[in-house]
Design a protein around this ligand. Structure first.
Ligand code: ADP
Length: 211
């Protein structure tokens, strides 16, 4: 029996380091497949369809939801975001793990979906709110107004921390990543996630009998 792939959900308030951790995980393990989200928001300069997001208009997005093509979806700041189901099912069937960079709404829906029993979730907290704001500003992407909006949403996001299996405080980036790797490694070593070991254990027993 093939190994069942794991769904690894990463959430955090914007600026706490979720994308950084996701990127480092993908660099560490190229067999991980990243779930590229679909969105109705406009592409920013440099963003590519199918790489950063799958960009859809409202009608296209609604059609996908109606035909069951989204594992989860939610509205944020007037735009829709969702995780397309097809690529996730394909990577699970191939025994590969899928990484999701989603907010608490996405996390809840994935956990509650038919695939939820294979989901593990990690919430990343900032060391302080001052540091969260400093990182958002340091990223240099957003206007004051957008940053204020993100800070308000952060409070809401953080209020869901206790719904997650694991929680990391991202103070030192390397230390946080080491802990994240430890979570992934331990989850992969769970008996039900390993390839079927019964033939191997049968061989061990045969070896006992031959002594
Ligand atoms: P998110 O995806 O949660 O919005 P990012 O990964 O984009 O956050 O991180 C926000 C900013 O903070 C980036 O500029 C990133 O380089 C920086 N950053 C991430 N983790 C740390 C850390 N532990 N210490 C200092 N800066 C960090």
């Amino acid at each position: 029996m093939a190994r069942r792939g794991l769904l690894l959900i990463l959430s955090s308030p914007s600026g706490a380091g979720k994308s950084t951790m996701a990127r480092r995980l993908m660099d560490w393990d190229p067999t991980l497949s990243f779930s590229v989200s679909a969105t109705t928001r406009q592409p920013r300069p440099g963003e590519e369809h199918g790489v950063h997001y799958w960009f859809h208009d409202h009608t296209g997005f609604r059609d996908l939801v109606a035909s069951g093509g989204m594992l989860e979806h939610a509205e944020v700041f007037g735009n829709f975001y969702g995780s397309p189901r097809g690529p996730v099912e394909a990577s699970m069937e191939a025994g590969r793990d899928t990484l999701f960079d989603v907010d608490w709404q996405g996390g809840q829906q994935i956990r509650n979906s038919a695939l939820g029993r294979d989901a593990i979730s990690v919430f990343i907290l900032p060391p302080s709110i001052a540091e969260l704001e400093r990182r958002l500003r340091g990223r240099g992407q957003d206007s004051d107004e957008v940053i204020a909006g993100r800070m308000a949403k952060s409070r809401d996001e953080i209020s869901h921390w206790a719904e997650y299996d694991y929680v990391l405080v991202n103070e030192d980036q390397d230390a946080c990543f080491e802990r994240l790797k430890a979570i992934v490694l331990a989850e992969r070593l769970k008996r039900e996630r390993q390839p079927d070991l019964s033939a191997f254990v049968r061989d061990l027993n045969r070896e006992f009998e031959q002594r």
